[in-house]
Design a protein around this ligand. Sequence first.
Ligand SMILES: [Zn+2]
Length: 117
Amino acid sequence: METDKFKIKLEEEKARIESALSDIGERDPRNTENWDIKADDTSEVTFHDEVADRFEEMDERKATEFSLETELRAINDALTAIESGRYGQCQVCQKEIELDRLEANPSARTCKEHLDS
Ligand SMILES: [Zn+2]
């Protein structure tokens, strides 16, 4: 399979996600695939509402961070698969994943038949 164009796409996507992650978090120095939410500024919070708002904001950031991290992991897996020549193989049936599916989502791990696996 011709993987060059997928590799380029995946690397672009990876750069985009890493820059989004660095806006809200910091890379864990011990595990570069793991990101931590940046600590909020430490100014005193006196009003209860403000505290609640902050927690809400942290929750949102955590959710965003989590989904970005998941995406990043899938992309890294796909890049590893390209290196080892396993790219584009369905993880369920081991058949080749449809090209149009890979074009829509270069980090897809399954063929259309096994979409939900
Ligand atoms: Zn399959």
